[in-house]
Design a protein around this ligand. Structure first.
Ligand code: ADP
Ligand SMILES: Cc1ncc(COP(=O)(O)OP(=O)(O)O)c(N)n1
Length: 577
């Protein structure tokens, strides 16, 4: 087998993880293996070829969850059935390899694949079927060829074999057909027939040797080492391409981390066509998922990671806002009929509008207190917020503002009076120009110092997070009902102004975010917020009982989204390498 080579990897990529677009590793069959290339599908179609774990933490169950968490469409071809739980593997059953071949054919006959993740194979004959199937796929770096990520599963952390003796050779034979292989340290050693690496430097050397030998990109994983940092790295035949560090989380919820990493990587690569970016994003997501895993309370051994931790924050917010008990309570009681249907509202219009909106605000007091207590807000207040978390917040806020401006423009379109139309149109313009300029100029400069970037710059080239998207979905769902829309857009004004007031009050000359906190003390924004509240009161006063019910819900939900939005940067994990 001829050794692969890399070319065009820019200097510095190894340590920064940046700017690897265009880099290519060449496989032994001469096919190009792009480190980065043109972007792929928004929702990649990903097939996991792996074994089943009935306890749901590893295997195809983990793969499907990891694919869903990365916003892909997941499919499975099942290689083996295990009898296992979080404490260990009790038994393994490998169905006839011909049955796997039939599954692979059924999927491939019908569905175009953007990526394939291969996990537990169980037996040499199964690996051979997978090899033959991979050979039948289109070759070369064509749009039709799915990216192939191979996780060479051999032994579970519990020590139980997940590959029959003799299967190692067959798995090694798949390496040349994969784009990326993700062995843990014992698997890396088996594939090289060497002792297990005892430190990170040794792991990187072994990964480079494996990459050279098989002309494949290797993800070296530091999960089995000790220390405060759990590093991963993308390694090519010429050595390190990029290292992605993350904190080592002290947790028992690490069952299935290897399966989850490889599946998440496959989806993100299929979308971005950039292995370094895909590894960085997957690692950050996995760190959050490990952190959240123990709270699931699944099993008494090594529990699963919480693949859907990011989504859960948002879903919990939405669910809480729709539960009658968690709705602004008086609102729900006052305006709902005995059967729970919206009723009619007594009282004079003008007074009721202000009282109603005041009540909604009071009912959200708990959420506002939650925002004040968030690690992100506390760290921004006392100046200990890491710069990458602040940048992340700014990026997501910029993406949010662009769409928020559309919601305000829609409110302008629906406004019944010229005054309200002008107010919302002005708000849309302010969000799109003044606010976004502020963000793009800060993103171009040093968050701790002064804004230095170019105003009028483009939006950050990062995807909107699930949290940001969920908030924007909520604004879109308010649709064409003016009353609901006004209630949905209001918390962004009001809560931002409210939190900002306290942040600005704690500002001082030596504060590292002094200049940014200064922007919160803006009289004009405070005046705009008062005006927006007055519009909401006016609309609430004129609304029917049913509309008020919807408004209360839209307002409460938006408040929940505000909490999740402020929280997301802090939960976003380690600084990019
Ligand atoms: N305690 C931990 N904290 C943070 N990341 C971890 C931890 N344990 C494993 N990981 C990460 O999980 C992924 C899988 O790593 P590893 O445990 O080495 O593989 P496997 O699950 O295949 O044995 C890697 O990204 C690794 O860095
Ligand atoms: C069915 C199945 N496939 C793979 C594994 C191994 O999972 P992995 O993420 O590599 O690591 P551990 O869960 O063993 O730590 C499995 N257990 N079951």
């Amino acid at each position: 087998m001829s050794a692969g080579t890399t070319s065009a990897v820019p200097a510095g990529a190894a340590t920064t993880g940046a700017a690897t677009t265009g880099a290519v590793a060449t496989g032994p069959d001469g096919s190009a293996r792009a480190v980065a290339g043109p972007a792929g599908r928004a929702v990649p179609r990903v097939l996991a070829v792996a074994g089943s774990d009935p306890s749901g933490g590893a295997g195809i169950q983990a793969d499907l969850k990891a694919v869903a968490a990365a916003d892909g469409y997941g499919m499975t071809a099942i290689t083996a059935l295990t009898v296992q739980n979080t404490r260990g593997v009790r038994d393994v059953h490998v169905p006839p390899a011909s049955f796997l071949a039939a599954q692979l054919d059924a999927v491939t006959d019908d569905v175009a694949l953007d990526a394939v993740k291969i996990g537990m194979l169980g037996a040499p004959e199964v690996a051979e079927v997978v090899g033959a199937w991979l050979d039948s796929l289109p070759r070369g770096a064509t749009a039709e060829r799915p990216a192939v990520v191979l996780d060479p599963v051999m032994v579970a952390t519990s020590g139980h074999r997940l590959l029959n003796p003799g299967g190692e050779r067959a798995v090694a034979d798949l390496l040349r057909r994969a784009d990326v292989v993700t062995p843990n340290l014992p698997e890396l050693a088996v594939l090289l027939d060497e002792p297990v690496a005892r430190d990170w430097a040794g792991a990187l050397e072994q990964a480079a040797r494996l990459a050279r030998r098989h002309g494949v990109l290797v993800v070296a994983k530091g999960g089995h080492l000790d220390g405060e940092v759990a590093p991963d790295a993308l390694v090519g035949p010429d050595g390190l391409l990029a290292q992605v560090d993350g904190p080592r989380v002290a947790s028992s919820a690490t069952h299935g981390t290897g399966c989850s990493l490889s599946s998440g990587l496959a989806v993100r690569y299929a979308r971005s066509r950039d292995w370094v970016a895909a590894l960085r994003e997957t690692k950050q997501w996995l760190t959050r998922a490990i952190r959240a895993g123990e709270a699931l309370e699944v099993g008494g051994g090594h529990g699963p990671v919480d693949h859907l931790a990011d989504v859960r924050t948002v879903v919990a917010g939405s669910r809480a806002a729709t539960l009658p008990g968690r709705l602004p309570g008086d609102v729900a009681r006052r305006f709902a009929g005995h059967d729970g249907s919206p009723g009619t509202v007594p009282g004079t219009a003008a007074e009721d509008g202000a009282a109603l909106v005041g009540r909604w605000w009071d009912e959200a007091a708990g959420l506002r207190a939650q925002i004040d207590a968030l690690p992100f807000v506390r760290a921004l207040a006392d100046g200990t917020l890491p710069e990458h978390a602040f940048r992340y917040y700014l990026q997501q806020d910029a993406l949010y503002l662009r769409e928020y401006a559309r919601a305000l423009a829609r409110a302008a379109e629906l406004a019944p009076t010229r005054a309200e139309q002008a107010f919302w149109a002005g708000g849309a313009h302010g969000a799109l120009v003044t606010e976004l300029d502020l963000h793009t100029s800060w993103l171009g400069g040093e968050p701790g110092g002064e804004a230095r970037g170019e105003p009028g710059g483009e939006l950050p080239d990062v995807p909107a997070s699930p949290t940001t998207r969920a908030y924007l979905d909520h604004l879109r769902a308010a649709g064409s009902d003016y009353a609901t829309l006004v209630a949905a857009v209001l918390p962004c004004y009001w809560i931002y102004q409210d939190v900002g007031e306290r942040l600005a009050a704690g500002n001082h000359d030596a504060h590292p975010y002094r200049a940014w906190l200064g922007t919160y003390a803006d009289d004009e924004f405070a005046a705009a917020t008062r005006q927006a509240v007055a519009v909401l009161e006016r609309v609430a006063a004129d609304a029917t009982g049913e509309q008020r019910h919807r408004m209360a819900e839209a307002f409460a939900r938006a408040c929940r989204h505000e909490v999740a939005f402020f929280d997301q940067a802090h939960a976003w994990g380690p600084a990019p390498a």
